[in-house]
Write a protein that binds this ligand. Structure first.
Ligand SMILES: Nc1ncnc2c1ncn2[C@@H]1O[C@H](COP(=O)(O)OP(=O)(O)OP(=O)(O)O)[C@@H](O)[C@H]1O
Ligand SMILES: [Mg+2]
Length: 332
């Protein structure tokens, strides 16, 4: 059985080299005795999967990908194009979608992650979408009735967070991410509309509403960075813009944690999460290579799953020792 190689995105300016964001990972992989090939990420996004994989040698066997996020449909086309060259992505398109998109993993992690509901948003389709108020190139935001039903499913009141099936607009926290009070449906609509507008054509799947929970946070972007609990007047409030949840990113391969590191947003804050509750859930999900982002409750009463991701497209902050992770990937 041949050992897996890893696919990295090529540098758009120099297609024979890995994209600069992945250079250190590719170099480390070589030092560990692994092999990599390069793919054209722009061609993948443009729907030209065959063109994207033309530098991957034929019949090169099993492959992992480590690169930029792809929409689930794009990943499926990527897998088909590779199969056409006799190569197999070790994460199937179905496995990718279930780890990458919240509705794919939520059922398994329900209870261990903030309660969530979602509203599918069809991709923009010409005139009909524009009539419904879509920005150019983007989808139409859910209407009042759909939002009201979703809010009711989430309990009808309390603070919440808005995102799509994959990403949030956390950098526009007050404008497009945080909802102080779900009972204020007009305010929910404003945050959701702005979120959909900012995501534009990149909106993934639909709109997700999640109950806001108080997690331990840190101040970011200032010299006074220090760890503190969210709460009191700072909870989701004006100060929240420059505060970030301290999350640990746990990398799982075949149900085992092969790396526990910081989240890329808080690279200087390593955390030591308790994995007792999460481990069986990762095994139930059944995807071979995933990440879980874990945050500690502000009152110290335990760890919560903020989100699950496909390990191939989760960002690995530079400076983390990834040799154990990469060695495990090429050993399986
Ligand atoms: N239910 C919640 N309660 C409190 N904070 C939350 C909740 N969901 C998300 N957050 C915080 O909001 C921010 C964005 O959340 P999330 O990780 O879901 O979005 P993202 O854009 O996918 O981020 P990532 O960069 O990890 O992919 C994070 O700082 C996270 O800790
Ligand atoms: Mg996140």
């Amino acid at each position: 059985m041949p050992v897996p190689a890893i696919l990295f995105p090529a540098d758009p300016l120099n297609p024979r080299r890995p994209d600069p964001h992945y250079t250190w990972e590719a170099r480390l992989l070589r030092e560990l005795g692994g092999e990599y090939h390069l793919v054209d990420h722009d061609a993948l996004l443009a729907g030209s999967a065959e063109e994207a994989v033309r530098r991957v040698p034929s019949d090169c066997g099993p492959l992992w990908y480590r690169g930029w996020m792809l929409p689930s449909a794009g990943y499926a086309a990527f897998a088909r194009a590779l199969a056409g060259r006799g190569a197999t992505l070790l994460t199937s398109p179905a496995g990718y979608a279930s780890a990458h998109e919240l509705p794919g993993w939520y059922g398994v992690f329900e209870g261990a992650t903030p309660s969530s509901v979602w509203i599918p948003v069809p991709a923009a389709a010409g005139g009909a979408a524009s009539e419904a108020g879509a920005a150019a190139g983007g989808a139409a935001a859910p209407g009042h009735g759909e939002l009201a039903a979703a809010v009711a499913r989430l309990g009808g009141r309390g603070p919440a967070v808005v995102k799509d099936y994959v990403k949030s607009r956390k950098d526009a926290w007050h404008e497009a991410c945080y909802v102080p009070e779900l009972a204020d449906l007009a305010a929910v609509g404003r945050v959701v509309d702005r979120f959909v507008e900012l995501q534009g054509e990149f909106l993934a799947g639909g709109v997700v509403l999640r109950r806001y929970e108080e997690f331990a946070q840190t101040v970011v972007g200032g010299s006074t960075a220090g760890r503190s609990a969210a709460g009191g007047s700072t909870s989701g409030g004006p100060a929240a813009r420059d505060r970030r949840t301290v999350e640990a990113r746990v990398w799982w391969l075949d149900g085992e944690p092969v790396l526990v590191g910081p989240h890329p947003d808080t690279p200087d804050h390593p955390a030591e999460p308790d994995l007792t509750e999460v481990r069986p859930l990762v095994r139930t999900l059944g995807c071979r290579f995933v990440t879980t982002d874990l945050a500690e409750r502000a009152d110290g009463s335990g760890w919560r799953v903020v989100e699950v991701g496909d390990g191939q497209v989760s960002d690995l902050p530079r400076g983390v020792d990834a040799s154990g992770l990469l060695s495990s990937l090429i050993a399986t």
